[in-house]
Ligand binder design. Structure first.
Ligand SMILES: Cc1cc2nc3c(=O)[nH]c(=O)nc-3n(C[C@H](O)[C@H](O)[C@H](O)COP(=O)(O)O)c2cc1C
Length: 187
């Protein structure tokens, strides 16, 4: 799969086969994250690889706006939690680069996983304190996002289909709407 095919193939997968993911493949995904660019090459990211079903169950059980919107996560054999050590990044404007750096690295991981035939889904709906406690991470650590990692099931279960429909996940704004040439154009 070349990079364009990989980008086109990536989509959020919310139903997984129980099959374990070989350590070698997890390692290749983590290696893709490791080589990502970062502010002053600070590499502030940290990745927690969660395989324990009890921990995955707790990650899945969290409520967002009162709902267990990520309950489907319990089908995943592995979850990679992307964290940041903010002191190892920087701040040039009011943009927190620990978040930028870690997001770039996680997307590297996501695309590598796609190229290896693994499913992923960026998850931002969680309570940071709860996740930090589950991982026994210190207060200074920021939890940026996490993703399941596993083999996609044959078809998405109802929950996955419902989220895709609600989020209109297949739709993207056309380039004409998001690209300007030379200067900003109010549209
Ligand atoms: C910052 C961020 C947070 C997200 N949080 C969640 C989440 O908590 N649960 C979920 O099911 N999907 C979540 N998503 C996935 C989006 O819903 C999904 O990427 C979007 O609908 C486009 O669909 P696609 O990934 O299949 O192309 C998140 C995506 C991003 C980038």
């Amino acid at each position: 799969m070349d990079i364009f095919d990989t980008i086109a193939a990536r989509h959020s997968v919310r139903t997984y086969k129980p099959d374990p993911v070989p350590d070698e493949l997890i390692g290749r995904c983590l290696e893709a994250a490791r080589v990502a660019p970062s502010w002053r090459n600070g590499q502030c990211w940290r990745f927690v690889v969660v395989r324990e079903p009890a921990t995955i169950e707790k990650l899945a059980a969290q409520r967002v706006y009162g709902y267990r919107i990520n309950a489907w996560l319990r089908t995943a054999p592995v979850v990679i939690v992307a964290c940041a050590e903010p002191g190892e990044s920087g701040q040039h404007t009011d943009l927190p680069y620990w978040a930028v750096d870690t997001a770039i690295a996680l997307e590297h991981l996501v695309l590598a996983a796609t190229a290896l035939g693994l499913g992923t889904c960026w998850i931002g709906g969680f309570d940071e304190k709860t996740v930090r406690a589950l991982l026994a991470a210190p207060e200074r650590i920021r939890v940026v996002a996490y993703t399941p990692l596993g083999y996609p099931a044959e078809g998405e279960a109802l929950m996955g289909r419902a989220v895709k429909a609600i989020a209109r996940s297949h739709s993207r704004k056309p380039l004409e709407k998001i690209v300007f040439h030379e200067r900003w154009l109010e549209k």
